[in-house]
Write a protein that binds this ligand. Structure first.
Ligand SMILES: [Zn+2]
Ligand SMILES: [Zn+2]
Length: 261
């Protein structure tokens, strides 16, 4: 059985769990270890299965829990060299494995494909996780979709996809002008419309479920994000993530064929 869950998603913190019966990884650790453990427990997930963490970029909503989680759980965090150099020393976990974007990292039966994307960070990455017969994408914090995002998306069966803001709410909202420009810029975040267009134009036929992720508290609403994807409802299972709680645990039958000995 493969289990996936967004433990937290949004500008207060991001943490995504992907695992099977034996092992798991987390992508980003932007909430405290206490919250990660609480939310895992609430979904029946065993923290001892988590073998490593992966950091997408140095923004605190993706990184701030990594030091304590890495230290107390005794697991490594995979962080790209430039992300590591740019990050606060106090956020760094004790055991770090560096990687170069584009690297494929094998952890037991889990393969993690890393790639560069456009975002206002030192070396922003996203990950596509191959587990059993499935490819699961965790694609948040994307200013505009580059070829890397499109090509990895075209391999995904399940997807956590940023649907950050609604253009009208951002334009009329309380953010200062410079921040509005940053959010909507090529190194900011994906709007609901951009995210839906990305799916329409580049998703694989086999894509089944999209978890709308990193939904802005100020510049978006769940119902508006869902309505941007309404025309895709008949094709995909579209779900929401939350900044305040974990999503329901999403379980997939592992169809990996066991060859007879
Ligand atoms: Zn973020
Ligand atoms: Zn960011």
């Amino acid at each position: 059985m493969i289990k996936i869950c967004a433990l937290a998603s949004g500008s207060n913190g991001n943490c995504y769990y992907i695992g099977n019966e034996d092992e798991a990884i987390i992508i980003d650790a932007g909430i405290s270890r206490r919250k990660i453990l609480e939310r895992m427990k609430s979904r029946g997930l065993n923290p001892a299965k988590v073998k490593a963490g992966f950091i997408t970029h140095e923004h605190q909503d993706h990184y701030r829990g990594a030091r304590v989680f890495g230290q107390k759980q005794g697991i490594p965090f995979y962080i790209s060299e430039q992300t590591l150099n740019r990050s606060f020393y106090t956020m760094r976990p004790p055991h770090i494995e560096t990687f170069t974007p584009g690297d494929k990292i094998q952890l037991g039966s889990i393969t993690v494909h890393s790639f560069l994307k456009k975002h206002d960070a030192a070396e922003p990455c996203s990950f596509r996780v191959e587990i059993g017969n499935y490819n699961i994408g965790v694609f948040t914090d994307i200013g505009e979709p580059c070829d890397n995002v499109k090509s990895h998306l075209s391999l995904c069966d399940f997807l956590f996809l940023e649907s950050n803001y609604d253009e009208a709410l951002l334009a009329t909202g309380r953010y200062p002008a410079y921040l509005k420009v940053r959010v909507a810029g090529e190194n900011g975040h994906l709007s609901n419309v951009q995210a839906a267009e990305l799916i329409e134009n580049h998703a694989a036929e086999k894509l089944k479920t999209i978890f709308l992720s990193h939904i802005s508290e100020d510049n978006n609403r769940a119902d508006i994000a869902l309505s941007a994807f309404e025309h895709l409802n008949n094709k995909y299972d579209i779900r929401l993530t939350s900044r305040y709680d974990a999503t329901e645990l999403f379980c997939l039958e592992d169809e990996t064929i066991q060859l007879p000995l």
